[in-house]
Design a protein around this ligand. Structure first.
Ligand code: GLA
Length: 382
């Protein structure tokens, strides 16, 4: 239902009021994985899958949230102080953080609908947070600069939902530009836009293996890489994040680290170098170099970071000799989810079909494959 009219009707029928409607996209990350919380570099693009949030005021102080995807409506006595470990924590978390920023949040009705595949590494959580933030801010007539709003949404996930994510997903959902990827410096949140040429399609291949940031592996990897950073920092006081570390540091002091920490740090430090080089290649239109860097990034993510899985490795391997492929890698938080394939536009439909058939035959699961393009960031929908 990318049809705002039908969505408006749905809200009207349930809440008997005309909503303001906002949309926030999901994303793929072309390169730069598990670097954002180490104040490093990432290069995501928003995709043409989005979450819609429709909002209307209420005459009491209650907050009613209906999700078409969950098929469920929950009503709360105003903004809650703590999460309840259910899907409403994402929108309620945003309202709670905004309240903590000093905004008076009145009662409201919120309708949510999304076609961002859930738990697939395409940032359905961030899309929900950002769509809610736009809706609540629209209701109270307030606004924030993109970077500040991204931080508010990230805090909702860190502090209210309890998932220790970085800033990438919320940032791109807000600040994306159509047909562009965005090289983000997660230290100061400055960014550069790089056009994705017309002849290149984003082909997203869902392994159908569920991924979750709240689950055990993401925080474990984060802790392991932070432990490696602490070893380097004990020798070099200027170091606060792996962003500050070099491969030379790793060569010097890697032997003082747990082997797993060493491997995680090797991935993160080298991934930062690859991501900056990849943005440079994209800006120059050098697709060959970009594809090579994506391949190296996948190997590093899979072997050193151990963030992949059998199915995602297969999806990447099966793409390699298909006509039109520029580069393929697992995208997002890892341990399942989707691969991103940059593919020559003219070959994209045949590529998608062949990859799907190969994966189904080898893995025994029928994958979902989407030929996408880079979309713009969150906005009000008229
Ligand atoms: C998830 C998190 C992001 C980032 C990626 C890994 O998507 O939400 O902040 O850490 O994983 O790059």
């Amino acid at each position: 239902m990318h049809d705002p009219k039908a969505f408006r009707e749905m809200h009207r029928a349930r809440f008997n009021a005309d909503p303001m409607i906002f949309a926030a996209p999901g994303r793929v990350n072309l390169i730069g994985e598990h670097t954002d919380y180490a104040e490093g570099f990432v290069m995501p693009a928003a995709i043409n899958f989005a979450t819609l949030a429709g909002i209307s005021p209420r005459s009491d102080d209650k907050i009613a949230i209906y999700s078409e995807n969950q098929g469920e409506e929950k009503v709360f006595d105003g903004v809650q102080a703590k999460g309840t470990k259910q899907w409403t924590d994402y929108p309620m978390g945003v309202a709670a953080i905004l309240a903590g920023e000093g905004h008076k949040i009145p009662g409201f009705n919120l309708t949510i609908w999304s076609d961002v595949p859930l738990a697939s590494g395409l940032s359905s959580s961030a899309a929900l947070e950002v769509a809610t933030a736009f809706a609540v801010l629209g209701l109270i007539g307030a606004s924030y600069q993109g970077p500040k709003l991204a931080k508010i949404c990230q805090r909702a996930e860190n502090e209210f939902v309890g998932a220790n994510c970085g800033i990438m997903d919320q940032f791109i959902s807000i600040n994306a530009k159509e047909n562009h990827a965005l090289l983000l410096d997660c230290r100061d949140l400055s960014y550069k836009l790089a056009p994705i040429p017309d002849h290149v399609a984003l082909v997203i291949a869902n392994t159908m293996v569920k991924h979750s940031v709240a689950g055990g592996d993401y925080p474990t990897r984060r802790r392991e890489s932070e432990a490696a950073c602490a070893v380097i920092a004990s020798h070099r006081p200027g170091v606060t994040f792996l962003r500050d570390c070099t491969l030379e540091d790793l060569a010097k002091w890697g032997n003082e680290m747990e082997p797993k920490s060493y491997m995680r740090a090797k991935h993160v430090i080298s991934e930062n170098l690859r991501t900056v080089a990849a943005a440079d290649a994209l800006l120059k239109g050098d697709m060959k170099t970009l594809g090579r860097l994506m391949a190296e990034a996948h190997t590093s993510y899979s072997k050193d970071f151990e963030g992949s899985c059998v199915e995602a490795d297969a999806m990447v391997a099966l793409a390699q000799d298909l006509p039109g492929l520029i580069g393929a890698r697992l995208t997002g938080g890892g341990f399942g989810g989707c691969t991103i394939n940059l593919v020559e536009q003219s070959e994209a439909p045949a590529f998608a079909e062949a990859l799907g058939a190969r994966y189904a035959e080898q893995i025994g699961i029928v994958p979902q494959i989407h030929v996408c393009h880079a979309s713009g960031g969150a906005r009000r929908v008229e």
